[in-house]
Design a protein around this ligand. Structure first.
Ligand code: S3P
Length: 185
């Protein structure tokens, strides 16, 4: 891909999607190619708390972690020219979704349960999948989340069988198209 300094303008892009949908990889790619700031919510929360996400869940519980996510979204409100890679559960709270939609473009990355499983099967960084690392569990949790993911999304990019360059090309193309349409309204 050619290097463009700022084709995405002052966008703030929220990448959402199931664990292993490629949010981190795609945000890396976008930031490398478009000079945008990269913000990984999980990583930032983990750094600030001084422990991995699994330990935050184990010590303080999921609700504590969810509150940190919500507070972080509010804190990031005024960021511009940034790609924010959300945790897989961030769009489950309605107020998080309202916050994201108000201040940026929400892009949903999707993949089939089998693809997700192949990408995350060797990881132990996801407390919700520990002890449930199988396609059926992933598929079930994905179904439970589907409606909220789709309702949150301004754009949906299906990632199965595509490489990062193709996904980013689709994403930027759709964003430009979306922008044109909203300008015309
Ligand atoms: C979660 C996804 C994780 C992390 C936490 C909870 C979820 O992020 O925020 O383990 O509820 O889906 P990734 O989607 O980056 O794995």
């Amino acid at each position: 891909m050619e290097h463009h300094s700022k084709p995405l303008g002052t966008y703030k892009i929220f990448l959402i999607g199931f664990m292993g949908s490629g949010k981190s990889a795609i945000s890396d790619y976008l930031c490398r190619n478009y000079g945008m700031e990269k913000i990984e919510m999980d990583q930032l929360i983990s750094e600030r708390e001084g422990m991995p996400i699994t330990e935050i869940f184990a010590r303080h519980g999921e609700a504590y972690f969810r509150n940190l996510e919500t507070a972080l979204l509010v804190e990031l409100r005024d960021k511009e020219n940034a790609v924010i890679s959300c945790g897989g559960g961030t769009p489950m709270r309605e107020n998080n979704v309202a916050e994201m939609k108000k201040h940026g473009k929400v892009v949903l990355l999707t993949a089939s349960p089998q693809t997700i499983y192949d990408r995350v099967k060797n990881s132990h960084e996801r407390p919700l999948l520990e002890g449930h690392m199988d396609v059926a569990f992933i598929s079930n949790l994905m179904e439970q989340r589907r409606e909220k993911y789709e309702a949150a999304a301004d754009l949906v990019i299906q990632t199965d069988g595509k490489d990062q360059a193709a996904i980013c090309k689709e994403l930027t193309g759709q964003l430009m198209e979306w922008e044109k349409q909203t300008c015309r309204q």
